[in-house]
Ligand binder design. Sequence first.
Ligand SMILES: [Zn+2]
Length: 377
Amino acid sequence: MSKPPLMRIPYTGPLPPPLIIPSAASTLNGAATAIAEFLTARQSQKGGDVNTKDKTVLLTGAGISVASGLADYRGKNGTYTRNKTYRPIYFHEFVASHEARKRYWARSFLGWTSLHKSRPNPAHYAVRDLAKHGVLTSVITQNVDSFHNRAHPGLPVVELHGFLRSLVCLSCRRLMPRDEFQSWLSKLNPEWDQFLQELLKSGALDTEDPEERRKKGYRTNPDGDADVPGAPYYTFRYPACPECLRRAPILKDGSKGRVEVDADGAWSEKSDSGILKPNVIMFGESIPVEVKQQAEAALDEAGRILVIGSSLATYSAWRIVKKAFDQGMPIGILNMGGVRKEAGFFPDRDRFEDGTDAVRASLAAEQVLPQVVKLIS
Ligand SMILES: [Zn+2]
């Protein structure tokens, strides 16, 4: 029997209160000490002769990027903190609906500058330093912000949910840089571009607080979309895949695709292909088999797993930790707040007196991880 595909779906159920293991991990120093013990346990037992089974694979989520100024997906109460009316787009909507894509790209156009300006934070650089000390094999991340790749290009990263730095064509699967696409969007949507420039000047995009934003000129309609004077989102235009425009793509049924654009090069509804999508796994979309295999290989290479900044709300991430657990791998979790079904990962949690075989702390990664680096150095 083949396994079902790993589909990305948002989890909205309640999370349990966080466990603390060992009990000393309730403080910053205690947590850092326990994580240092966790990462070096096998190496100090054996001395010399370290192989990858003595090392740890990291699984990271939105919590590791919060200090970079990106809104945490869930927030403390499990709701979307950025915007109460925000609802993520589903893959099938993006593929099927020109209207849904206009709306997606209009939001993305305004949001890109903030993401583009944000940088890896001390937690990402601590990962780099831990790798230098030889305690890590690789990183599996749910994040699409590319911060891991930028902070530590030498340590392998499996991007479970893809990455925003590129677009992918749904017909020919070619990638295109998001930066280049942004300048196309500016040209195709001059009113929006002017609005964006004004928002950037006013500082309205430097804050996540909706009230502050409103004061600085960022008004939204009841659906949470930006109110651009004279240019509602349904006027937003986006380009077609340049490759498919040049040469019609061959569709799945073997027929030739049709890609048409308006006078300025914007994708036209007369087309049936050549649609560019952010190269991320949207909700309702399945993780490609090769990415799933890379994640499994990363898990198999290591001897233990440490989760950082993820509540494992996404099934694909939870399943990786479950697999590690089933294989008898020691599990560590550093995440602010509860983690989906976490008690199951620490069945006899009272027996752990230090971090050697298990660790669970509920503190900010950017505070704990640099401390861990100091302890290991
Ligand atoms: Zn294409």
